[in-house]
Design a protein around this ligand. Structure first.
Ligand code: ARG
Length: 430
């Protein structure tokens, strides 16, 4: 590692201790580097506005920050073990290239301040992506709910055949789930859309920093007012973002379970797009739903990230180096979670039903609830109707079809009255 920006003369830096302190920062900070540069630019502009930097100094700083961003994108600049972390690497480069102007950029900010704003910008980007993907999944599910509204599908409770259901109901369920997931991502995005930059090390600084400017320049909806709270929100906002992600990955986990079951020979209701299955290295007869299984596994990583941050936050107020460890958790959680969700729209759009197998799995007993409810509608007290239907379960299907059962399922939201228009309106309003 090159000389540390904060190094004091006469104090030897122990390499092993230094490596421990830096942890995986230079790897993780690659995720946040461009956001850190964007925020550094805004900070420099703010310094110019209060007379700390001259217009000429600002101009050279902005040009050099642009050049660094470009070098980073094309690989000419690599954030590696030469640096302690991404935040100090930016300053080091500016000092090296610009001398005194570079040495001025850190006026009125701390590295904590810097990483807080960079990770905040990163989280906003990830939540926006989560919302977009959830919306896309909801849209596809809605389309298929409308198109496959009358396609019979057995409905299960306790993994036992229960009542006649439909592909329309199944799709409508996922559509509403992903609408809520998008809603939650956007609400969380609004919660965290607050500018922490300018909190210095969490106690402000003796300068009239132009925080209104950095808020606007970085596209934040509001200023995060108190420096103490800005520090307190690190971790808390990460946790909120992971919870929003967890809503979607939990739905994905249950959806993946359905697909694992439905693609098994025992059910045989669904065929996955060929790219979504893999062969076995030993059993020539097999096509395995590995993608669906790894999609199911991603919630574990999101939950792990959430737990890691929650445990980390057991701290008094103010910055503590502990918080550095929150970066690995969000990179891991969002890395895994979004990678799985990225593959979901195409899977939803292209999975194929096997209607004969679905129809064949509807047995007589699955009409027993229809029989009981019909009697109750005709005036028989429900418990009596229920008992009578239970006694003649074998004959419950006489003269009935899955289509007839679905046409009679008129309770709002059920097969005969899916109310997709309501879902469509919510989706459109997101
Ligand atoms: N890399 C640290 C982080 O991500 C910021 C550095 C702060 N270091 C310090 N000694 N205050 O939290």
């Amino acid at each position: 590692m090159t000389a540390l920006l904060w190094q004091k003369p006469g104090v030897a830096v122990d390499a092993q201790i230094q490596a421990f302190l830096a942890g995986d920062d230079v790897i993780l900070d690659r995720e946040f580097f461009l956001h850190d540069i964007a925020a550094s630019r805004a900070h420099a502009q703010g310094l110019e506005r209060i007379g700390i930097l001259s217009a000429a100094e600002l101009q050279t700083l902005e040009a050099e920050l642009d050049a660094l961003a470009e070098d980073f994108r094309n690989g000419a600049f690599v954030l590696d073990a030469r640096y302690e972390d991404g935040h100090s690497a930016i300053e080091a480069r500016l000092v090296e290239r610009l001398g005194d102007a570079g040495k001025k950029i850190h006026t009125g900010r701390s590295r904590n301040d810097q990483v807080l704003v960079a990770t905040r910008l990163w989280l906003k980007e990830k939540l926006a992506r989560l919302a977009a993907l959830s919306r896309e999944c909801a849209g596809l599910a809605l389309e298929r709910a409308a198109a496959e509204r009358e396609l019979p599908l057995p409905g299960y409770t306790h993994l036992q055949r229960a009542v006649v259901s439909s592909a329309g109901m199944w799709w409508a369920g996922w559509a509403e789930a992903f609408i809520d997931d998008a809603r939650r991502a956007l609400d969380t995005l609004a919660l965290i859309d607050a500018n922490p930059l300018g909190s210095a090390a969490g106690y402000g600084v003796n300068l009239p920093l132009d925080r209104a400017h950095t808020t606007q320049a970085l596209g934040f909806a509001r200023l995060q007012v108190g420096p103490v709270y800005a520090q307190l929100s690190r971790g808390k906002f990460e946790l909120a973002a992971l919870e929003a992600l967890g809503s979607a990955t939990l739905d994905l986990r249950r959806l993946a379970w359905d697909l694992s079951l439905f693609t098994s020979a025992e059910y045989g209701f669904v065929a996955l797009p060929a790219q979504y299955t893999t062969g076995s290295s030993i059993m020539p007869n097999k096509r395995n739903p590995d993608v669906v299984e790894l999609m199911r596994a991603t919630h574990a990583s999101v939950a792990a990230a959430r737990t890691e941050i929650e445990q980390l936050l057991s701290l008094p107020s103010g910055y503590h180096r502990d918080l550095q460890a929150s970066k690995g958790a969000i990179v891991h959680g969002f890395g895994r979670g979004l990678a799985a969700l990225e593959l979901l729209p195409a899977l939803l759009g292209n999975l194929e039903w096997r209607p004969e197998r679905m129809r064949a799995a509807v047995d007589a007993g699955m009409y027993a609830t229809d029989v009981a409810v019909e009697q109750a509608a005709a005036g028989v007290p429900f418990r009596d109707a229920y008992r009578a239907a239970a006694e003649s379960v074998d004959r419950a299907g006489d003269g009935r079809t899955p289509e007839g059962s679905l046409r009679a399922r008129v309770s709002p939201g059920a097969a005969a009255d899916l109310r997709l228009d309501l879902l469509q309106a919510r989706l459109a309003a997101l």
